[in-house]
Design a protein around this ligand. Structure first.
Ligand SMILES: [Zn+2]
Length: 148
């Protein structure tokens, strides 16, 4: 018999995402989520990179000569970095604190991040001395979650 947990299997909140790059459901709290940015540069970014590099090349060509061309690579790497930082900021779920990127790297760390999120949400100071130092592996936590 199925237990009544109080909410639908996949929950759609009233908030509507404006032009989402990707829509998905959070694997932990089952709320519909969306990324507003892609982790890679799009055509608009490439045009911006070209225009900014051309301006910088034009301004510095008089004293830098042909080396002003290297502005392009600085601007390009700055855009790549900015897009990745903005994308990473959107990964943690605002409803439950689940971070898929941490879950892929280290399940124990991802679990402690969710615990910190709920401690912060409940108005407590996050317990820094979490179970990171314990010898519990990610597989044990997964199995305990499945059996609960
Ligand atoms: Zn969530």
């Amino acid at each position: 018999m199925r237990k009544n947990t109080g909410f639908a299997p996949l929950e759609t909140r009233l908030y509507k995402f404006k032009k989402p790059a990707m829509k998905f459901f959070c694997p932990l709290c089952r709320t519909e989520r969306a990324f507003t940015i892609r982790p890679s540069l799009n055509a608009k970014h490439h045009i911006q990179i070209a225009l900014i590099s051309l301006c910088l090349m034009g301004l510095t060509h008089s004293f830098m000569g042909w080396r002003a061309f290297f502005w392009f690579f600085f601007v390009w790497s700055a855009f790549e970095l900015a897009v990745r930082i903005l994308f990473k900021r959107e990964i943690p779920c605002p409803h439950c604190g689940f971070d898929a990127s941490w879950y892929k790297r280290d399940v124990v760390k991802a679990r402690s991040k969710v615990e910190e999120f709920w401690q912060r949400t409940n108005g407590q100071e996050p317990d820094i001395t979490n179970k990171l130092s314990s010898s519990v592996s990610g597989d044990e936590i997964l199995n305990s979650d499945l059996s609960a």
